[in-house]
Design a protein around this ligand. Sequence first.
Ligand SMILES: Cc1ncc(COP(=O)(O)O)c(C=O)c1O
Length: 374
Amino acid sequence: MLGSNCRVRLDLANGDSALYPVKKLGSLMRQMGYSKPALLGNTVKGTGYVPLKVEIARRAVHYGCNISTDDILITNGCIEAISLSLRATTQPGDVVAVESPCYFVLLQMLHNLNLRVIEVEAGQEGYVNVAKLNGLFQRKAVQVFLTLCNINNPLGKSIPNEQKAYIARQADENDVVIIEDDIFGDTAFGERRPFPMRAFSPNAILCSGFSKTVAPGIRIGWVHSVNYMRKIASLKYTSTMGTSVLSQAAVAELLRSGGYDAHLRKLRRELARQISAMLQSVLREFPAGTRVSDPEVGYVLWVEMPAQALNVRALFLKARNAGIGIAPGHMFATDQRYDHCFRLNAGFGWNDEVEQAIRQLAQWCQLSLTEPQD
Ligand SMILES: Cc1ncc(COP(=O)(O)O)c(C=O)c1O
């Protein structure tokens, strides 16, 4: 998938560059590169550019987290933040609970770190089955709960606050470490940005970043932990040492200058519009019985075909050959349970080409339901 040259990018979980303030960011980088040559000329030391950490801590207050800049480390994207957090809190062979379906990069990461995984399926509401999760905690069956509790990828739902508070309390009581990936939290289209788990327990490790809100290519993420910061900082030092300071400075300035909130409002509106257009089209075009998620926004839709008839691997290959990228369901689990599902990305706008691609996928799905599978 990474190497394929798709015309219609329904496989990713981000958007067209027109969605992001990339011109502003480019101009900030140019200005700062000239006016502060030390940003590029000096050795990268410490856990990150302090003005960026100040902005992150300032914004965190609005979503219920009072965090010290000493407990924040800037990373190369949110993925590095999660990887460092897992390495700091686990030993090979430990067991990690994840929400199912689970963002496939996390499953691959757990595999590469020699961690075992227990997948806890979402209930009807679209978020993790809390009773099952709690059972695992109480039986001491897992060491870590790795969660996308806000705008889950791929289901697009957030765990309600009362449930988050309950999960956080149970995790603390049973010595389970919570690591949360809150990368989509700022894209939630509601009256209030949803709180992360960290708002309910100081022990939760909070990972996030700016790839889904500021620019997918900027590669600036961060991790906050009260208990594991020394270990995380040591692991960062011996893996990627530091994160580009010029990029950090440009993001810091964007946040500081006040344009970020206005940009977020626009981004959320646009994503909600694009998601809604794609959702309507899937409901219209796909065979009866197809189920589709109703995300609180973010970028993606999760499509579930009727019965187990769909061979999603075959659909993926057919689509790729026609220049249409989709994220096939089998990547979101360690077994076959999502072989009749796939994820679609609405981030690249709603236009004739995308509409036509949805129609084409729907036709193939219809055929796969009427033809015998090989
Ligand atoms: C849930 C989730 N976490 C993390 C990432 C990657 O974050 P970053 O690009 O900041 O490393 C993605 C990208 O799609 C994602 O969907």
